[in-house]
Design a binder for this molecule. Structure first.
Ligand code: NAP
Length: 250
């Protein structure tokens, strides 16, 4: 397979780290981007130690200058980016009447503004090379979820962004797709368990009962779906949302 330069945001841990490792194993050079470069370095070092190629980049994807600089650094050190996975994310859950405007802005800022800024920053190198893959992380919460007005709006927004990128960029050999995970065992879901005061093991067991395949998801389950959208043979698949949730619905 052709080796490309990939940027994975929020890749210091969880789904992003699994995706960075998977894309590296598939032969791509990976920019492991997260808020703190030293956190991302652990994943990049691991990839390099296994014979892959990776660098760590510290950047806040919601910051226009930082997002632009991160893409420029990835291009300078690894070559022009042709794969972008917009995975960085945060939660600020609360019921509507208790949700602050700051928590609304923070969630929309990281997920949606971050994905927009990163996509806009990488598109020129993708257009120039006539090949690109953009994968955005949505969620089953895009269908609506109690206590997540901000997150659900952001994740539904990711789907609209994805479809529009697919329409605008298709003629340049660029596809854009979204992966919408169900319940995945990561620090994000662990933090939710802590917030609602349920031991994580009980939280996982309860969640697994709701999933037709009888288990919660692993970061590698999502990385596999992302890797498909990034592959050469997925070039005729664009503007799609793939729910990866162990069953047909959230
Ligand atoms: P996670 O473990 O919390 O990891 C998210 C990563 O994103 C963290 O390393 C975090 O860094 C980083 N990040 C946060 N804000 C950032 C910013 N402004 N710029 C750059 N990086 C930033 O989350 P996860 O569970 O792996 O989720 C990954 C993605 O999948 C998210 O978009 C999430 O919404 C989505 N998703 C997850 C689930 C699930 O069940 N876990 C389900 C559906 C969708 P810090 O640690 O420094 O904050």
């Amino acid at each position: 397979m052709t080796s490309r330069t990939a940027i994975v945001t929020g890749a210091a841990r969880g789904i992003g780290a699994a995706t960075a490792r998977r894309l590296a194993a598939d032969g791509h050079a990976v920019a492991v981007l997260d808020l703190a470069e030293d956190q991302a370095a652990g994943v990049a070092d691991d990839i390099n130690a296994k014979g892959g190629k990776a660098i760590a980049i510290g950047a806040d994807v919601a910051d226009e200058a930082a997002a632009t600089a991160a893409v420029a650094r990835a291009a300078a050190e690894l070559g022009p980016p042709q794969i972008l996975v917009n995975n960085a994310g945060i939660l600020r859950d609360n019921l509507l009447f208790k949700m602050s405007a700051a928590d609304w802005d923070a969630v929309l800022g990281v997920h949606l503004r971050g994905a927009f800024l990163m996509a806009r920053a990488v598109q020129s190198s993708m257009v120039e090379s006539g090949w690109g893959r953009i994968v955005n992380l949505s969620s089953t919460s895009a269908l609506g979820n109690r206590g997540q007005a901000n997150y659900a709006a952001a994740k539904a927004g990711m789907q609209g962004l994805t479809k529009t990128l697919a329409i605008e960029l298709g003629k340049f050999g660029i596809t854009a797709n979204a992966v919408a995970p169900g319940f995945i065992e990561t620090e994000m879901t662990k933090a939710t368990a802590e917030r609602v005061g349920v031991p994580f093991a009980d939280f996982l067991a309860h969640a697994a009962k709701e999933v037709p395949v009888g288990r919660v998801g692993r970061p590698e389950d999502i990385a596999a779906a992302v890797a498909f959208f990034c592959s050469e043979e997925a070039g005729y698949v664009s503007g799609q949302v793939l729910y990866v949730a162990g069953g047909p619905k959230a």
